[in-house]
Design a binder for this molecule. Structure first.
Ligand code: 2PG
Ligand code: MN
Ligand code: MN
Length: 575
């Protein structure tokens, strides 16, 4: 099927670039004290939301869905996230996402008929001595993983006569309540103890907080992955602290570092009463990484898959010969990992691919922590470019320090580089991500999140005015909510739940299901208006979604949208 885009009869391409600017983690929330955007001083954003830039340019406004089924998640109660959000921005249509596809495979047990499952169990079932290791994020956050998927794998392994099973659990506190680890670890420890009473050799073997153990992304800090490797694979008790149980590790670390939240708990190894590790991986074992989302799974997958002599990020030591599989294939083009249990969404015919086939130049730019969002996720889970000449990907290195200590992050540097790249590379289309609202939102530190939003506002003002001066168009949106809700909120009263944050509430570190803004301004925008009839496809939910922004970008570039995409948000202004 051709990638030729037809010229639009209603829209004209501007002389300057069409720029999709994604404020990561910024939803339209309640006008309450816990809303960091609402409480921040954001004069530029306020002006956009009121329909005009401070310099008087018209701004078209919409508020659209960015969570639940509008972005391919199982339930409308599912909060949005960057993977599904940037997939949607790039794809222009809704794909069933990892959470949904894995649910279906686990519920129907179809995964058991797959080659990978049989290959994984070959050395571990029917009394064989191989150990099956289950590694992944241990919560029901449903952004990277869900404990129910790991329990389904455990049950299936037991049904097939696996005798030796180990869990390597990454603690969350980012997609779920910030110190909720024991709510997930307690039931696991209880369940495994009951299985041991029936003679199954099953234990938690290692773990650690997800932001310091294993789950790095975009090569921001390979030391995080190395800590995981030392804990889960080598069980290096010289470097990683040992405990008799995961609960003991969590409780000890919390006593030692008052206020530490789960995502930052140090790595640990569980040992028996003689001090030997319960789950060092050995030749003939099998390993399943049960995370379904790719960005924070690719590096550890590479550690297992990379042949001798091709891995240079750290010394993998005496590497056991194991069979490794991911829950999904995280990068279909680079085949990472080689083996996987559930087929990922096959996202194709994205805006990025159409652009290069229509000779449009494209710039993707962000800082490390969101760089893969505007490349890998935006391209449909493919890190590689579609065309070397027509595409420029710019990464501004993120700091490795906790985001609440520098909430401005690299917003200013991204803005400087974007304006310079627009002048030098002359892109037709730009996709840019400001990480602040989300990355600082995830720390749960309210006053830092307020500063984060003020930093975004200052940069946005420079960037949008710069785009208008260059006769371009800016589309300012967000991939999901986060910093607009910095407290856990009592659903009945709408008031924050009491807690021990400096503000007196229980901090919320996760994303939300709030809708997000779409604010469009720049060259020729006065000729268009929002088409209020546009929806993301569900008749009962009379709302558009971020998935309608893709066609909006194509229209503003002067093209008819491809027929397989959902409609854009704009129509010519009725006279
Ligand atoms: O940090 C992450 O991995 C997720 C939350 O788990 O956030 P985002 O989807 O915004 O990248
Ligand atoms: Mn995000
Ligand atoms: Mn996030």
């Amino acid at each position: 099927m051709s990638f030729k885009l037809e010229p639009s009869k209603d829209f004209k391409k501007p002389p300057g670039p069409v720029c999709l600017i994604i404020m990561d983690g910024v939803g339209i929330g309640a006008e309450e004290q816990y809303n960091a955007w609402y409480c921040a001083k954001t004069p530029f954003l306020d002006s956009l939301r009121n329909g005009k830039t401070p310099k008087g340019n018209i701004v078209l406004n919409a508020v659209v869905d960015a969570s639940g089924r509008s972005v391919g998640l199982p339930e409308d109660s599912d909060m949005g996230n960057s993977e599904v959000g940037h997939n949607a921005f790039g794809a222009g249509r809704i794909y069933s996402q990892g959470a949904k596809l894995v649910n279906e495979s686990m519920d129907s047990k179809t995964f058991k008929t797959g080659e990978t499952w049989k290959w994984l169990l070959e050395n571990c079932k029917d009394g064989k001595e191989g150990t099956l290791h289950l590694l992944g994020l241990w919560s029901d956050g449903n952004v990277h993983s869900h404990v129910k998927h790991a329990y389904a794998l455990l049950d299936a392994a037991l049904e097939e006569g696996c005798k030796h099973i180990r869990f390597h659990i990454l603690l969350d506190g980012r997609d779920v309540s910030e110190t909720s680890a024991l709510d997930y670890v307690g039931p696991l420890e209880k369940h495994l103890a009951s299985l041991r009473e029936k003679g199954v050799d099953v234990h938690i073997a290692s773990g650690g907080g997800r932001m310091v153990t294993t789950m790095d992304r975009y090569e921001a800090d390979w030391r995080i992955v190395q800590r995981g490797w030392l804990s889960h694979v080598l069980a290096d008790t010289e470097t990683i602290r040992t405990f008799s149980s995961a609960s003991e590790a969590i409780q000890t670390f919390r006593k030692e570092e008052n206020g530490v939240i789960d995502q930052f708990l140090p790595p640990f190894i569980i040992v028996d009463n003689k001090g030997s590790p319960l789950g060092r991986m050995k030749d003939g074992d099998s390993v399943i990484l049960f995370n379904f989302r790719g960005d924070r799974a690719i590096e550890i997958s590479t550690c297992f898959d990379a042949p001798e002599g091709t891995f240079h990020h750290f010394d993998r030591g005496c590497m056991p010969k194991v069979r490794f599989a991911g829950m999904m294939q995280y990068d279909g083009e680079s085949k990472i990992p080689k083996h996987y249990i559930v087929s990922p969404p096959n996202i194709e015919r994205t805006l990025g691919e159409y652009l290069v086939h229509n000779n449009c130049r494209r710039l993707s730019i962000s800082e490390t922590q969101k760089f893969g969002h505007v490349t890998y996720f935006f391209n449909g889970n493919r890190a590689n470019k579609f065309n070397e000449e027509l595409e420029l990907y710019v990464e501004i290195p993120s700091s490795r320090e906790r985001e609440n200590t520098r909430p401005w992050m690299k917003a200013a540097e991204i803005t400087d580089s974007a304006l310079a790249a627009i002048d030098e590379f002359k892109p037709d289309f730009v996709v840019l991500n400001y990480a602040n609202g989300d990355m600082v939102g995830h720390t749960g530190v309210y006053h830092a999140a307020v500063i984060a939003m003020e930093a975004v506002d200052v940069s946005l003002s420079r960037l949008v005015n710069g785009i208008i001066e260059r006769n371009g168009i800016a589309i300012v949106s967000a991939d999901h909510g986060n910093c607009e809700t910095m407290a856990e909120v009592d659903k009945k009263t709408g008031k924050p739940v009491k807690g021990n944050s400096p503000e007196g509430w229980k901090a919320l570190t996760s994303h939300t299901t709030t809708p997000v803004p779409v604010m469009i301004t720049g060259y020729g925008i006065e000729k268009y208006e929002i088409d209020e009839s546009v929806t993301w496809g569900d008749a009962n939910r009379k709302k558009a979604g971020i998935v309608n922004v893709t066609a909006t970008c194509a229209n503003l570039l002067g093209f008819e949208k491809p027929k397989e995409w959902l409609p854009g948000l704009l129509k010519p202004k009725s006279l």
